[in-house]
Design a protein around this ligand. Structure first.
Ligand code: NAD
Length: 421
């Protein structure tokens, strides 16, 4: 077996490039078309200075911030902001591209972008985090806009960060609620947005499981990552009757073959800040958790968690990519060879950007919808998207990732041609 270099700086780009080239070949795109679809419209790197309190003294520290605007043929750039120590330009480029394919796949009038700052937000106090968010927004103001580029939360950011950015942007451009999505409800946020990604992951997991004749009662589920996406996926799957046997966060995992109460897990996290020590469970490492005997595995943490070193040890029959790029392309190949069904990220977690689109629409119309309306529109749009992918996969006798990329790239390419980019 080829040994995979797990340097995240290149693994995301390599994985993305592989999946894209496969789709480009199937679509018989010419070299120039490929170049155009692969290249970013604009890549911005900024230095963000923040005064940090260290050992009782104030010290100026600089962080590197990024915004990659990949493609806007189908509408304004759209994509999250990530605050994480591993953030780098390569990772942000790959994630920005992924947003272009996602918005096209789910057929909403947006392009793709992504941004972030190389920082561990847990090391900052609230004042420092606010200063970092506002300073970053000041530097981004010339290139973002309600009809140009609309940021949203991602790993390490949250509605409060969006509120600071909205306020900062408004100081120079006037009050514009639609400049960011994933805002607090009090500032024009969307009912159901917080749980939308996980809710969508659970909806699509349920659809994929049903096609494989896996009933909720028969299916043991493992979820890696218990943040926004992982926790809401677990909540929605438990609600549908699935047995969640293992969960994890950055500190490690917990397992109980008889099933874990998600309410207890949430309460424990609320008290202690981690899943570790959850009563009634045994500890397990994040690596061992992925290899547990189960029917459904939901990686909902970081990229490249399933790679060629552990792919053959995965026992799940269905892998649902709640995180972005959690399976490397070599691992994907290994899983396919063993008949493991993979619901790819660009389909599985698209509920987040769909709800972001609903938030933007409500802000522009100044007319909020209730949670039921948001989630029922989300479900029906996700079902339509899933069915379109499944039909194409069946027609072409390819896997769902192949079909999803083909559908999305065809749409972006058509818009690029029509606009004459
Ligand atoms: P989050 O920060 O809320 O949660 C991340 C979780 O992963 C936390 O439980 C954290 O403890 C855990 N984690 C971090 N490092 C880990 C490691 N090395 N091993 C195991 N667990 C680890 O982030 P999120 O918003 O839930 O995003 C998770 C993934 O989903 C990311 O890939 C993100 O890009 C993707 N995603 C998020 C959204 C969204 O709406 N939030 C939408 C689409 C895709």
């Amino acid at each position: 077996m080829l040994s995979e270099q797990l340097d995240k700086k290149c693994i995301c780009q390599e994985t993305q490039r592989h999946f894209l080239n496969r789709a480009f070949d199937r679509l018989k795109l010419k070299e120039a078309q490929r170049e155009l679809l692969l290249s970013s419209f604009r890549e911005t790197q900024v230095t963000v200075p923040v005064t940090l309190r260290h050992n009782g003294e104030n010290r100026l520290h600089t962080f590197q911030g990024y915004r990659v605007q990949h493609n806007h043929a189908r509408g304004p750039f759209k994509g999250g902001l990530r605050f994480h120590p591993d953030v780098n330009m390569g990772e942000i480029q790959a994630l920005a591209q992924l947003m272009t394919w996602k918005t096209a796949l789910v057929d909403i009038p947006f392009g793709g972008a992504k941004g972030g700052i190389a920082v561990d937000p847990a090391q900052l106090n609230e004042t420092e985090l606010e200063e970092l968010s506002r300073r970053f927004c000041q530097k981004m103001t010339p290139i973002i806009g309600v009809h140009d580029d609309i940021p949203a939360p991602d790993i390490g950011t949250n509605p409060q960060v969006m509120a600071w950015m909205l306020d900062e942007y408004s100081k120079s451009r006037g009050y514009r609620t639609a400049i960011v999505t994933g805002k607090p409800m009090e500032m024009g946020g969307c009912a159901g947005r917080l749980e939308a990604t996980g809710y969508g992951v659970a909806h699509l997991t349920h659809k994929a499981a049903a096609e494989m004749s896996l009933t909720p009662e028969q299916s043991r589920v493992v979820v890696q990552g218990f943040g926004n996406v992982g926790s809401h996926t677990a909540i929605a799957l438990a609600h549908k009757g699935y047995r969640i046997i293992a969960l994890s966060d950055v500190n490690g995992g917990v397992v109980n073959e008889a099933g874990i109460s998600i309410d207890h897990a949430l309460a424990h996290i609320g008290e202690s800040g981690t899943l570790t020590g959850l009563p009634g469970t045994s500890p397990i490492s994040n690596a061992d958790l992925l290899e547990l005997s189960c029917e459904i595995l939901v990686p909902a943490a970081l990229e490249a968690t399933i790679n060629c070193d552990n792919a053959d040890a995965i026992q799940a029959k269905l892998v649902v990519e709640a995180a972005n790029m959690p399976v490397t392309h070599r691992a994907d190949n290994q899983l396919q060879q063993r008949g493991v069904v993979v619901v790819p990220d660009l389909l599985a977690n698209v509920g987040g950007v769909l709800a972001s689109y609903y938030e933007w629409v409500q802000n522009l119309q100044q007319f909020p919808w209730d949670r039921e309306t948001v989630l029922s529109r989300l479900e029906s749009r996700l079902s339509r998207t899933y069915d379109a992918v499944a039909i194409l996969a069946n027609e072409r006798q390819v896997d769902m990732r192949c079909a999803a990329y083909e559908l999305a790239i065809r749409r972006v390419d058509q818009a690029v041609q029509l606009r004459g980019f």
